[in-house]
Write a protein that binds this ligand. Sequence first.
Ligand code: G3D
Length: 178
Amino acid sequence: MGGLLTKLRALFSRKMELVIVGLENAGKTTFLNQISQGEPGQPVPTIGLNVRQVQKGNLSMKIWDLGGQVQYRPEWPRYAKGTGAIVFVVDASAGDLLQLARKELHLMLEDRELTGVPLLVLANKVDLEPHLSEPEIIQGLNLDYVIENPWVVISISALRGTNIERVVDWLINKSKET
Ligand code: G3D
């Protein structure tokens, strides 16, 4: 845990904009709380429409709920602009929602603002059984067709904190020194 806190401090000293996207209930808020407070369960302020934002040091994190909100799509480029990394959260325990998540992910990546931006797919809720494996997530989300964005999949439990250190390592790696 000491190692994680040190890494989180390092992460917050880096200048980066991060967008955390995914279907409702995927666990975006829980993940954000996990990395911004070290524990789940804090409210996240809303900055407009369905976008919420948290600033920790130099790290700015925005959350965007995808799916069923077609009317908000024109707003998306405004929020996505300048993004250093996209964190796409999927509920690995809800295989029936993967098809919708795939559709939303590919629709989002059509946005030219996002070309080349690193994509971190978090296969969340792996504390629940059964859950999809990383290869099943890769196949289910058609990630082999994502060629404009370097991507990686990490299985996590945002609730339990499982693998969060790996995620923080990845984010530090993608962030700039200030
Ligand atoms: P969202 O921000 O993507 O909409 P939330 O999703 O972070 O609000 O999470 C939705 C629900 O999933 C919450 O349950 C939350 O506790 C749960 N959840 C998030 N991450 C995990 C996880 O890793 N494992 C498990 N088992 N549950 C998780 P409630 O009951 O509060 O709606």
